[in-house]
Design a protein around this ligand. Structure first.
Ligand SMILES: [Zn+2]
Length: 264
């Protein structure tokens, strides 16, 4: 048990209408008819021990518009609605360097960034620019994080590390080279913010990998890791893009004015 426990909020700021065949890797292999499906876009807020920590920062509304994503509320406005000013945020856990998790970092110039070292390595390496990887990141965001490393503002994590009292970061890979899962002590038990290690509940329930992946074996292993936390520690699992997160935690699945639900 840690001495600090956290309130955990999921902030929903965007939505995307899609089809199952867009969301699941080789969907045709399941022999089921295609169907409509949707995704939601979230980032997460941890409040505990007097600190406010963000897990990711959502997408930049301008980048999202260019990519055809619907922004329900700009992430920084959502934070303002929750009474959180950028200066209140002491640290940002950046789970991976895809554009919908790294937008808006520039609004937090004094926050410490926690980033998996494998992500830093990959996105500055020889394959980041390849056709199946590059579209998922914004070069401006990658450059910003690289500058932050040079400024000594980045804590690079390896494997499993307790990054704050009551917050453990686990780099699982799979979806992205160093994709990180964040395990938070919420008092009653752990909350697992999977970010994009698991986008949708069905990935776990039906054992179906998501369409965007770096390494299939690691993606399956990440599902096992998350399911084991749910089984052995009764952890609450929060997928990174499932609209149902709002339903299961007291919100709803329609476009309301509500920007956040309390997970714990
Ligand atoms: Zn991603």
């Amino acid at each position: 048990m840690s001495s600090v426990t956290y309130e955990v909020l999921a902030v929903r700021y965007g939505v995307l209408a899609a089809r199952k065949s867009d969301l699941y890797y080789r969907y045709e292999s399941y022999g089921e008819p295609d169907a409509e499906a949707s995704m939601a876009y979230y980032f997460w807020v941890l409040r505990g021990g007097g600190a406010t920590i963000l897990v990711d920062t959502g997408f930049d509304p301008e980048a999202a518009a260019r990519r055809g994503r619907t922004c329900l509320v700009p992430p920084l406005d959502a934070l303002a609605e929750l009474g959180i000013a950028p200066g209140d945020v002491s640290a940002i856990v950046v789970t991976h360097l895809h554009y919908d998790h790294t937008g808006n970092l520039h609004a937090f110039p004094s926050a410490q960034l926690v980033v998996p070292s494998r992500e830093l390595e990959f996105w500055s390496g020889p394959h980041a620019g390849r056709g199946q990887f590059a579209p998922h990141a914004e070069q401006g965001d990658i450059d910003y994080v690289t500058q932050a490393v040079a400024q000594g503002r980045v804590r690079a994590t390896e494997g499993t590390e307790e990054i704050f009292d009551g917050v453990v970061a686990v780099s699982v890979g799979g979806h992205s080279a160093g994709q990180q899962v964040t395990v938070v002590d919420a008092g009653a038990g752990p909350v697992v913010l999977t970010s994009d290690a698991v986008h949708l509940y069905e990935e776990l329930e039906l054992d179906r990998p998501f369409a965007v992946m770096h390494d299939l074996e690691q993606m399956y292993a990440a599902y096992d890791f998350v399911k084991e936390l749910a089984r052995s520690r009764r952890a609450v699992v929060v997928p990174g893009h499932d609209p149902d997160v709002f339903v299961r935690h007291g919100g709803d699945d329609t476009e309301t004015n509500r920007v956040a639900v309390q997970i714990a």
